[in-house]
Design a binder for this molecule. Sequence first.
Ligand code: COS
Length: 393
Amino acid sequence: MRAPAPRAPRDWIEWPFFEKRHREFAQQLDRFVASPAMREIDHADVDRACRKQARALGEAGLLAAAVAPPDGDAAAIDSRAACLARETLAWSDGLADFAFAMQGLGSGAISLAGSPDLRAAILPKTRSGEWLAGFALSEKEAGSDVAAMACAARRDGDRYFIDGEKTWISNGGIADVYTLFVRSGEGPGARGISAFVVFADDPGFSIAERIDLIAPHPLATLRFENCRIPASRRLGAPGGGFKLAMQTLDIFRASVAAAAVGFARRALDEALDHVRQRKMFGGTLADLQTTQAALGDMATEIDAAALLTYRAAWRRDVQRLSTTREAAMAKMAATETGQRVIDRAVQMFGARGVRRGEIVERLYREIRALRIYEGATEVQRLIVARETLKSRP
Ligand code: COS
């Protein structure tokens, strides 16, 4: 099989969203993706690969861009660095991006609302990649409508007992620690949800099912049967779990957009390399105007998605303003763009584009879930519309 396309120069690092430390961090990322850690990712054994990746990312100090230190709060997470990391890792390999992203998403609510003891016990370990983290929010009947969740906790003295299931949980089956959102009954719907920390060895916790995907990563259904945890494991106030989940998602949504940009940029790099080499009608594929029109659209849409992504990250980091609307815009635009760009790249590759083992074939499978997880495109539309309506009373 042909060698992968070289990476296009990262000229967008000169955009005004970035500071000197981001340019230095980008170089650190480049060194990491060129290191042996990235050449040895075994997609046939995703559990082992993700454990190894998390460790390698931790050892390289890169998880500091995803997990806040125990004495800082989630504001210590630099969104632009997290986005640069995901864009670079996704360009290189979706599993590396996944391992990075899950440490952040799984630790975010602990940074935001964990007691000092919980933060001190967990965050250094998720930040180093020693422990893997999961974010347990979705249920079979509560994905987009997350307030409809049924998995429940009841309090008994200084303990909580949890019963029910969570599904589509990334890192499920291999995570050491999960942030869990369950119905706790303080009020109806979104007002009656609380968040907790659950460890994989808590009594009453088990993995009900492992789930396979078109682009495999560790994923499972979690089961709680009279699962007993101390009340000190609650994150934030009773009934505050829904808002905590939304705040956590707000922090990391722009980074999902960044991953989509990384996948899309890789598809464009592969496509550019291919169309210059592929002979057709006495010239190359690149000579055809239909190809040029597609390349023009791809390049423009990628830059538009990247601008929305880094605008959201910059707004959070520098302006310290809510990014509910901006992150939703970025996630929606970048994941939809990623899908279109990669589909066009597959088309340019012709039959080779759907052959197992081709990079564009892998990208085609990897991009699909991003339009669904952490808030489907339809939910992002809803969020953007609500926030826009609010902005003009
Ligand atoms: N930050 C802080 N608070 C927020 C918030 C945010 N981003 N979004 C909503 N809230 C608050 C609201 O202000 C409201 O508070 P009050 O009760 O004090 O008024 C409360 O949370 C409930 O909000 P809302 O009425 O908007 O809840 P809905 O049930 O209508 O939910 C959507 C709205 C669809 C936006 C929400 O369910 C959602 O984001 N769903 C997708 C979830 C998701 O990403 N799932 C994937 C799982 S992770 S792979």
